[in-house]
Design a protein. Sequence first.
Length: 149
Amino acid sequence: MLGIVLVGCGVQPTGVVDAGEPASGLTRGMRLYYASADGLRAVPLIDKEVEDLGGVLKLLGQEPPEGLISLVRLGGYSAAGSGTRVTVGIDGPYRGSERDQGTGQVVCTLARAQSVLEPKVRTDDVEVTLRPSEGAALGPYRCAEFLNR
């Protein structure tokens, strides 16, 4: 019945139409992760380009959006990534704990940044290791370990 109605309106049937590449946008772009009472929350980074992992950590240390907090207090740091591995060198001791939201902010933000900088890398596959100059290394961690906690 529907076919009759469409033909009567001048709509002609078509074959498969190639629509091009899959949709992209905020789901692929950079996000910063902040702490909230309900766990970590991703905030799209719309107006800034991601150039390196250290710059992303610097952005994470700025004022968070209303209703969210940043628990990241790194002091001096360096960050480097290759493929699915990211390492953060921290000057001095790391003041967070292994599984707190501050550590999750760093891990999830850097995992996302690494996938933006190296598009063939999936965020879920990135492992982040924190290496303070004082104390033992923490990780490697994946972002999923800190979500919905």
